[in-house]
Design a protein around this ligand. Structure first.
Ligand SMILES: [Zn+2]
Length: 452
């Protein structure tokens, strides 16, 4: 069902959402249409607990709010880069963003917009600030009207590890387009890694007075693994390989979520030209990934909609489903099989409308799609921004509106097309990015070569 109306326009709109989420520059009507706005959030940001201010403009607004958070940013960037690497021919240089026509695929221009911001979020010692937001969420206003001061929350090792891994990945992907930029990414990744190596775990919790999204994560081992694995994949240096092997002894879940990033370490290593340096390690990664895919496919096969999620469905269920889809899609590149390919397709079909509500969860596509996403620019414009994936059913009914109207519904029907239902109808950069990656894996340009 992927080709709902026009498959390439669907993928292009999903990628263009990132442009429309850009912070810190004016979006011009010729590119952004109804979502044009003057530059937002350009004032220097205060470092929490001090009166010092530094300038960290750029990046993408994370979700329905205008915060910018480094851990989910690293997932989003990693998804886009790995999607591009798997299927470069799906990503043109003419999607209608300011950089279109510059000889570089737009998806890489867009990811670079975020990467350059992530570099600004790194302290001189390599640690990465967890987020930059106002103290509270604003009302349903366009971005340039949110004018309270922005505050840099403290650094965390979860954010530092994720950003380190994403930068190391970027250093490989951009090598052919801009080797100086690739080199600066690699240098920053090394700096972040040196901080990680000398730091105890610094998990993040909202400090007093900050009430925006927390993205808390008690365990930084998977982010440290992603950092080590991705630096090994980019450099071939044995120190990073040794660290990755040691960290993997802790039985990390092979997952692709902002809080569980180990899956990206697996893929970075398996795609690396240096994978053959330690054939046994590469083989172990490959076998573990295939075993996890087999487990998920059993679940998908046993569900009438092909969905691999267990009930109850979590907040952001569409992303968790797509993270599974990515894993199965990567398994299909390692060991092609119809069973994997069908599971990938069925899970995407669910997203695009083969579900009990017959709704396509991407705005602007399908016969029925969300009209009232929990997304400030859409609410302010009075129409949904196109190409956005909403979070989808949430069995736990995490918002009052959902509690009021969805109590007792089956898991797949715990969804509400209501601007107030932030737990089922919000959007996020790392949900769109997972969808981009999953789609790319349905049409990869080439299969992965065997790891050994
Ligand atoms: Zn902004």
């Amino acid at each position: 069902m992927i080709p709902s109306e026009n498959p390439s326009s669907l993928l292009q709109e999903i990628v263009r959402m990132f442009y429309l989420q850009r912070c810190g520059e004016a979006l011009q009507p010729e590119y952004a249409g109804d979502f044009a706005h003057p530059a937002c959030h350009t004032a220097p940001s205060r470092i929490y607990g001090t009166e010092s201010r530094i300038s960290v403009p750029g990046g993408w607004h994370d979700a329905g709010d205008y915060g910018r958070y480094t851990a989910p940013a690293a997932k989003a960037v990693s998804d886009l880069l790995l999607a591009y690497e798997a299927a470069p021919s799906l990503f043109p240089d003419e999607t209608g963003i300011p950089e279109s026509g510059n000889g570089i695929p737009d998806v890489l221009d867009e990811a670079r917009w975020e990467i350059e911001w992530m570099l600004r979020m790194m302290r001189p010692d390599g640690a990465v600030y967890h987020k930059v937001t106002c103290a509270h969420f604003c009302g349903m206003i366009p971005p340039h009207l949110e004018q309270e001061e922005t505050i840099l929350s403290p650094v965390s090792t979860t954010a530092t590890g994720s950003v380190c891994g994403a930068l190391a990945l970027a250093s490989r992907i951009y090598q052919d387009y801009d080797s100086a930029f690739a080199q600066s990414c690699r240098k920053a990744a090394r700096l972040a890694y040196s901080f990680l190596s000398s730091s105890p775990p610094l998990p993040f919790h909202n400090p007093p007075g900050i009430e925006t999204g927390e993205y808390d994560d008690a365990c930084d081992t998977d982010e440290r693994f992603f950092a080590a694995a991705s630096l090994f994949a980019a450099t071939g240096e044995s120190m990073f390989l040794a660290d990755a092997k040691e960290l993997l002894r802790k039985a990390l879940p092979i997952s692709f979520g902002w809080e569980d990033m180990a899956g990206y370490g697996y893929i970075a290593c398996l795609r690396s030209p240096f994978a053959a340096q330690d054939g046994a390690f590469a083989l172990a990664l490959r076998e573990a990934l295939l075993a996890e895919a087999d487990r998920l496919v059993v679940r998908s096969d046993g569900n009438s909609y092909g969905v691999s999620l267990n009930e109850p469905f979590p907040w952001g269920s569409n992303m968790y489903l797509l993270n599974h889809t990515i894993l199965i899609g990567e398994a299909n590149r390692l060991r092609p099989s119809e069973r994997y390919a069908n599971a990938v397709q069925r899970q995407l079909n669910y997203i695009f409308g083969n579900n009990p509500l017959s709704i396509c969860y991407v705005t602007g596509f399908g016969n029925q799609s969300p009209q009232h996403p929990h997304h400030r620019p859409s609410a302010a414009a009075g129409k949904p921004m196109p190409g956005m994936l909403v979070g989808g059913p949430d069995s736990y009914l995490h918002d009052p509106r959902a509690k009021e109207l969805l109590l007792g519904k089956p898991a797949m029907q715990c969804y509400l097309d209501d601007v107030e239902s932030y737990s089922t109808n919000e959007v996020a950069i790392y949900w769109n990015s997972a969808l981009v990656y999953a789609i790319a894996l349905t049409r990869p340009d080439q299969q992965l070569s065997p790891a050994t």
